[in-house]
Ligand binder design. Sequence first.
Ligand code: NDP
Length: 263
Amino acid sequence: MNLFTIFGDPVSHSRSPLMHNCVFKALNIDACYSRTRLSDGSQLRDVFFAKALSGANVTVPHKEAAYAQCDEVRGIAKTIQAVNTLVLENGRMIGYNTDADGFMSAIQSFGSIQTALILGAGGTARALSIALHQGHITPTILNRSSGRLEYFKNGGFDAYSWDDFTAARYDLIINTTSAGLSDDELPIPRALLSELLSDAKGAVDVIYGKETPFLREVKISALPYKDGSDMLLAQGVLANYLFIHGAFSHNEIEVPMKHSFSL
Ligand code: NDP
């Protein structure tokens, strides 16, 4: 049996085990997917091999640590420098990033978007900034602290901390922070968020499965919005396709994975 897991901390909220196990069962694949809470990201590679895994997903806060520990990184993950999918290939740990394409597929329904403000500067913000840029949408980054902004500035993006940011008009406001994931915090101060929402065309929270304080504010503003479910589904389909080395099509994977959302 091939074993898979999701590494993260926290990880108890993750729907990935249900999503992937539904696919394995429906497509008769001899595999099982679990969760692994990992507090020290530097241990990820050792645990991957100790558990004899065939593949894994990586969530908050270990995507950058996973990138650093891969034997090889492929595709857009090389530019993003953060990995959310690991696949064992000939004894080597190969890293990919499926968050970027998953997000772009999820925001199609907003129609024409030219500018986006990304709240947060972690692995997900990196993935989204590259994906948006490649999709001809200009990203600006706003983070609580300045420590993680270098990557974005080096990539030619406007990136600010709360201390040096001045509000402007952005079509889409995207929360990629973990504020609201296991606490009741807003990703930015309420007054600033209200100002940004009053000029926007839509908003996305990449957190899924709960109404975050960010989404509550968005609902008050009556803007079109999405939580992270569509992105979760799209990145999961792409990750599963990599896990099973293309044995089934994206469509064949998507049907049972989508069904898992109603369980
Ligand atoms: P990281 O740990 O890499 O980054 C977290 C970011 O959130 C940092 O910029 C951090 O700021 C900021 N932050 C954390 N707490 C607060 C707070 N209370 N107020 C303001 N900013 C805060 O996380 P990831 O990028 O890996 O993941 C972020 C979120 O995206 C998670 O909730 C994850 O579950 C979700 N996600 C959802 C996906 C989906 O498919 N729907 C896919 C990928 C991620 P600082 O630098 O100042 O510490």
